[in-house]
Design a protein around this ligand. Structure first.
Ligand code: IPE
Ligand code: IPE
Ligand code: MG
Length: 232
């Protein structure tokens, strides 16, 4: 494939927002927006693979999303479980490795099993890694990491120790964070990890996100000059 980007992010983090509004605007139930949102995940995963992105994480359920109605929450769980369980799975078919961050215990057992099975089946793939953030919160990640260090008897921590205790210990820090829907906030996504991430807020609802929108995002990233506090 022709090289179309001068530089690419190694890890893209996506805050998929706007499923509910996408549905409401059409007079549909919010869960139909989540259903369309899954299709957008699939399109984006395939596009990431095409453009040789190494890591793509999707914020799928936050530690605060438990505040929603049981109907919506259970609808999201059903959709995710069925998607991960699908026979002709896009991840297995395309040799994409699956990983997750966040605390899975409170999820229904069948959803946990679907995720663990898929992680196991894809663990040796080494092209693109897709990470689902599930019951994930940036603050919760930091608190759990610090507690895990305390439990090991550590009395003082440094930045490297903390980084290596976060859920993302096996995953590089995100270079580029994309949030759809027009909201310009982070909503407790990878707080510690995004200290120097480039941020971008395309104004469309997540279910409308297509390959051409990812290309637009990557073109935007290409223009960014990352200085990390220095001069370049
Ligand atoms: C994002 O879409 C999906 C999740 C948070 C699970 P929303 O459901 O937040 O959609 P809006 O923001 O209400 O439109
Ligand atoms: C952020 O979206 C969480 C996910 C995309 C999973 P929200 O819709 O929950 O965020 P707020 O409530 O608008 O900040
Ligand atoms: Mg939202």
């Amino acid at each position: 494939m022709q090289k179309i980007f001068k530089k690419l992010p190694n890890h893209i983090g996506i805050i998929m927002d706007g499923n509910g509004r996408w549905a409401t605007l059409r007079g549909l139930q919010r869960n139909l927006g989540h259903k369309e949102g899954i299709k957008a995940i699939e399109r984006t995963v395939l596009a990431c693979q095409k453009y040789k992105i190494k890591f793509c994480s999707f914020f799928a359920f936050s530690t605060e999303n438990w505040k929603r109605s049981d109907e919506e929450i259970n609808g999201i769980f059903d959709l995710l479980r069925d998607y991960l369980n699908k026979e002709d799975n896009v991840f297995i078919k395309n040799k994409i490795k699956i990983d997750s961050i966040g605390v899975l215990d409170p999820f229904p057992k069948d959803l946990q099993k679907a995720l663990y099975d898929l992680k196991d089946k894809t663990k040796n793939f080494d092209g693109l890694t897709v990470i689902f953030a599930l019951n994930y919160g940036g603050r919760d990640d930091i608190v759990r990491a610090v507690n895990s260090l305390i439990e090991k008897g550590i009395k003082r921590i440094d930045e490297k120790m903390l980084l290596n205790a976060l859920d993302t210990k096996q995953i590089p820090q995100p270079d580029f964070i994309i949030r759809t829907s027009g909201e310009m906030r982070i909503s407790n996504f990878m707080l510690y990890q995004m200290a120097y991430s480039e941020l971008y807020f395309p104004k469309l609802f997540w279910p409308d996100f297509k390959e051409k929108d990812l290309i637009k995002c990557l073109k935007e990233y290409e223009k960014r000059n990352r200085r990390y506090g220095g001069l370049k």
